[in-house]
Write a protein that binds this ligand. Structure first.
Ligand code: GDP
Ligand code: IMO
Ligand code: MG
Length: 423
């Protein structure tokens, strides 16, 4: 399979976790390259449900090596909880199958507090973040004041570094009217987590290059989605990392000329959790999916906003990510819909446009121009072969590929591994 970058091509929650789990079968190594525990990747194995936040979704396949790359922001307390959770579910995680980058930046409680405080101050313009401290941690990284995993696991130097960073951040917290944090409590908590994580920490850039030289297949696990990208998303309603394909290189240290292909994951419709424009948002499809108990966030439990498939957006995603192949998930979510709509252009200020405008206020005013497709009105979740899908269903998903401008190779009709078809 060579080196494959997998990205979310919409607003996150496209079903990346499921597709990563499926593709991991053909990879030796799976690397997370961006984001933090704002992500929630769901994988079902039989009836067992696993939700991964920081650990790559490849961890559920024995014998695979999972790497948390340098582009990730890592909450050590959250990661220890996730390790304990996997242990309870009987998933063996050790330094043999999980390696953490020395240069990933560390999330502290002041980052989470600042995340929440900024949201309160934004009022109606809030982003709707996951409040995991993601923005402030990447902010510190860019401002060159962040602490990295290498600092966390250095027992001799960490206390001093923590004291320094806490002093500044407590000043900020006090100025904002928030509770300052206690040094001793934090030191004890973070030192405990550091002791637990130390055996997993390594120079992952060297590890990945050695693997590349011996011809190992590496899967680069994207988190979030294209329109949450700090550069290419619907700014400021985005996350703070590079969620597009380029982020896989900077977030791992593996250069572009070692990458072989890009897989884009899409839902057969659109969802978004959090604030910001969503041109195809639609109450009918929202009610339908929520009524089926679907589309509630894997990290925060919030109801996801739902809408029709937006091909203007996915065409843009194919462009900025260089998507070669598409995996379309949740096709079964549309099984009962009589007439399915797909947005093929936007109408704004009396003009029809075929690209996503950079100004979020203009995007918020865009009216979708829809093309209608006849539904198949048949359950698809038990179907296992592409040829057996209803003709209208095949026509619909192939059209999504054509409108997006990439080759459709994977179709998913349910959360389980077996509910996956290769074309
Ligand atoms: P991720 O963040 O991209 O990994 O996606 P999430 O796990 O947050 O959300 C995707 C949801 O869709 C999860 O509940 C998956 O179990 C579920 N899922 C993925 N593919 C399919 C599918 O083809 N059909 C159905 N019914 N559920 C799916
Ligand atoms: P996965 O990997 C969907 C959204 C938040 C919010 C915005 C900023 O599961 O697809 P942040 O906490 O990152 O500062 O929040 O980004 N967001 C996601 N939405 N899926 C995700 O991850 C997300 N990670 C962040 O809801 O709108
Ligand atoms: Mg998710």
């Amino acid at each position: 399979m060579a080196n494959v970058i997998l990205v979310g091509a919409q607003w996150g929650d496209e079903g990346k976790g499921k597709i990563i789990d499926v593709l991991t079968e053909q990879s030796e190594i799976v690397v997370r390259t961006a984001g933090g525990n704002n992500a929630g990747h769901t994988v079902y194995i039989g009836r067992d449900k696993y939700v991964l936040h920081l650990i790559p979704s490849g961890i559920l396949r024995p014998g695979k090596v999972c790497v948390i790359g340098n582009g990730v922001v890592l909450d050590p307390i959250g990661l220890v909880k996730e390790l304990d959770g996997l242990d309870k579910l009987g998933v063996a995680v050790s330094p043999a199958n999980l390696v953490i980058s020395e240069t990933a930046h560390v999330v502290f409680p002041w980052h989470r507090e600042l995340d929440g405080q900024r949201e309160i101050r934004k009022g109606n313009n809030k982003i709707g973040t996951t409040k995991r401290g993601i923005g402030p941690t990447y902010g510190d990284k860019a401002a060159r004041v962040g602490l990295r995993v290498i600092d966390l696991v250095n027992a001799a130097k960490f206390p001093g570094r923590l004291r320094e960073r806490l002093a500044e951040n407590n000043e900020v917290l006090r100025a904002l009217g928030a509770q300052p944090l206690d040094y001793d409590t934090l030191l004890a908590e973070y030192s405990r987590a550091a002791d637990r994580l130390r055996p997993f920490v390594a120079n992952t850039v060297v590890l990945l290059h050695e693997a590349t030289r011996r011809g190992a297949n590496i899967l680069f696990e994207g988190a979030q989605g294209t329109f949450l990208d700090i550069d290419h998303g619907t700014y400021p309603y985005v996350t703070s990392s590079s969620t597009t394909a380029g982020g896989a290189c900077t977030g791992s240290g593996v250069p572009p000329n070692r990458m072989d292909s890009v897989v884009g994951v899409l839902k057969a419709y659109t969802t978004r959790v959090g604030e910001g424009p969503l041109p195809t948002e639609n109450a009918e499809i929202s009610d339908l999916l929520h009524g089926m108990g679907r589309e509630f966030g894997a990290t925060t439990g919030r109801a996801r906003r739902c809408g029709w498939f937006d091909a203007v957006a996915t065409r843009h995603a194919a462009m900025v990510n260089g998507i070669d192949e598409l995996a379309i998930t949740n096709v079964d979510g549309l099984d009962t819909v009589k007439r399915i709509r797909v947005c093929v252009a936007y109408r704004v200020d009396g003009k029809e446009i075929r690209h996503i405008p950079n100004d979020c206020e203009i995007l918020a005013r865009c009216e979708p121009v829809y093309q209608e497709f006849p539904g198949w009105e048949t359950p698809t979740d038990a179907i296992r072969r592409w040829e057996d899908l209803p003709a209208n269903c095949r026509h619909y998903v192939l059209s999504l590929g054509q409108l997006t401008g990439a080759r459709l190779t994977i179709v998913s009709v349910g959360p389980a591994r077996e509910q996956t078809m290769f074309i």
